[in-house]
Design a protein around this ligand. Structure first.
Ligand SMILES: [Fe+2]
Ligand SMILES: [Fe+2]
Length: 228
């Protein structure tokens, strides 16, 4: 049994937005993902850090969700900024069960478990995305979701999974970083950064938390092992 993370699958099996138009880095990415996941086992767990499907609704995302469900092991889904299909937990859970998507779980205002280790997380936010009051409101909401998730974990060891990076070169999100520090989060995986933005990624330990970029194109479409 092992825990893996990967984000930004950007699937479009039921729509027409293949990432292959972005060139070599994304060539044949669906098959590459499938091949890499084929090495995992049914008792493995993978956290998917957002931007999973280009579908605009659950129905449009069904083929992508079926593809994800069919990969080996439990898959834990975190929302990304392009996941327009995302819905309330109740609606998603019902949709998953109606379509036999029995290996998908949602990480949103909750925490899930990998043995004794708590898997916490939320989408996160880029502080600089939209200035002003709206920005403050969205950031406060995401920080609140993350704190709810961390509180659900109690005193257990905590790992955190976000879509937006809480820090990268030239930028940081103090509210999220403060929560990671205060709750003693030992590792934090994030996605969202593609192409030339990979260069700005922060990897390695900062104030007790080990940061990893896990966007799929950065990982060569191979899930990153977080722990055994
Ligand atoms: Fe993305
Ligand atoms: Fe993104």
């Amino acid at each position: 049994m092992a825990l893996y993370a990967i984000g930004d699958l950007h699937l479009s099996l039921g729509t027409d937005k293949s990432m292959e138009v972005f060139g070599g880095g994304w060539q044949n990415y669906v098959v590459r993902l499938q091949d890499a996941f084929a090495k995992l086992h049914e008792d493995d767990v993978t956290v998917l850090c957002g931007d999973l499907s280009w579908g605009m609704s659950l129905d449009e995302s069904l083929e992508d969700l079926r593809f994800i469900n069919a990969l080996p092991g439990r898959k834990i889904l975190v929302k990304g900024n392009h996941d327009y299909w995302w819905n309330t937990a109740a609606k998603m859970t019902r949709f998953f069960s109606e379509h036999g998507l029995d290996k998908l779980e949602i990480l949103h205002n909750n925490c899930l478990w990998y043995g004794d280790t708590a898997l916490c997380g939320t989408r996160g936010w880029f502080y600089e995305l939209d200035g002003g009051a709206q920005n403050e409101k969205l950031l406060a909401r995401e920080a609140g979701r993350l704190e709810t998730s961390l509180q659900c974990a109690g005193t257990a060891k905590k790992l955190c999974f976000l879509h937006y990076p809480p820090l990268y070169q030239g930028y940081n999100c103090p509210q999220v970083l403060e929560l990671l520090r205060r709750y003693g989060v030992s590792a934090c995986c994030y996605g969202h950064l593609h192409g030339v933005s990979h260069r700005r990624a922060v990897e390695g330990s900062r104030e007790g938390t080990a940061f990893s970029l896990v966007s799929a194109d950065y990982l060569g479409f191979v899930p990153k092992k977080i722990c055994d």
